[in-house]
Design a protein around this ligand. Structure first.
Ligand code: ADP
Ligand code: MG
Length: 253
């Protein structure tokens, strides 16, 4: 990790309307993500974690606040066609439910973003082949998602998210459907890729074990960052669980 800031978030707010009432999903959220940094986002259910990722991925528009990438700020980044360009050039998304296309093979799912970027067939074959090897999916390339385990499906989804080497990876509960050992293996794959491509990652999780893979943990409650923890490699899990427990109990942190 170096000190270069890739993503800077300033006073981000997002309010939804629900049954005529405003829901303040994000309230003046500010933080920055460095090149090569992995930040875990933890928080109670409904605290705004998914909203944050959706806004940072320009899938949703904030009411106010600024998002800058590599020091560049564009007021129109949330409007089409800029939102699509921004996503294509900067963002890899990984979801809890994998979101694979069921009629496509492993190879076709992973190569899809390159097809959408209109890369040549040779390039797509080469890059997809490399990615399947990195993900340990070499023997599965002609299989369809339904024929794979959950962990394998998530590896396909990671391969698809990373195939364009996006500088920023956003993952929402990516191990939420996986058992502990598979979750560990997925986190190892993700952090290996982060090192290899010097990417920056924001990983939403409710699992303290997942959060220990991060450089820093941001704790959300009611749309706000209420605490932050820097992982040291010693006792991280205990300290993260302690902070999270206090937030769950509604104690001031
Ligand atoms: P988390 O991912 O931390 O569980 P979310 O970001 O999904 O939380 O939601 C934050 C708050 O915003 C919740 O109160 C949720 O009900 C509300 N919310 C999220 N999306 C919408 C939406 N599209 N319309 C109305 N309310 C929403
Ligand atoms: Mg969520």
């Amino acid at each position: 990790m170096n000190e270069q800031i890739i993503l800077s978030v300033e006073n981000l707010s997002k309010t939804y309307e629900s049954a005529g009432e405003p829901v303040h999903a994000l309230k003046n959220v500010s933080f920055s993500l460095k090149k090569g940094e992995l930040i875990a986002v933890m928080g109670t259910s409904g605290s705004g974690k998914s909203t944050l990722l959706n806004v940072l991925g320009a899938l949703d528009e904030p009411n106010s606040g600024k998002v800058s990438v590599n020091g560049q700020y564009s007021k129109s980044m949330f409007k089409e066609p800029l939102a699509t360009d921004y996503r294509r050039d900067n963002i890899g998304f990984i979801f809890q439910s994998y979101n694979l296309l069921k009629d496509l093979t492993v190879e076709e799912n992973i190569g899809l973003p390159l097809l959408l970027k209109e890369e040549s067939k040779d390039e797509i074959d080469r890059k997809t082949g490399e990615m399947m090897e990195l993900m340990g999916l070499g023997n599965w390339k002609h299989h369809r998602p339904v024929q794979l385990s959950g962990g394998q499906q998530q590896r396909v989804a990671i391969g698809r998210a990373l195939i364009t080497e996006p500088p920023i990876v956003l993952a929402d509960e990516l191990t939420g459907n996986l058992d502990t050992n598979t979750a560990k293996e997925i986190l190892r794959v993700l952090t290996d890729m982060k090192e290899k491509f010097n990417q920056s990652m924001l990983v939403v999780t409710h699992d303290p074990k997942v959060a220990t893979y991060a450089d820093r943990v941001l704790f959300f409650h009611d749309g706000e960052i209420v605490d932050e923890y820097k992982c040291t490699g010693t006792d991280d899990i205990d300290r993260i669980m302690h902070i999270f427990q206090k937030i769950l109990e509604g104690q001031p942190v």
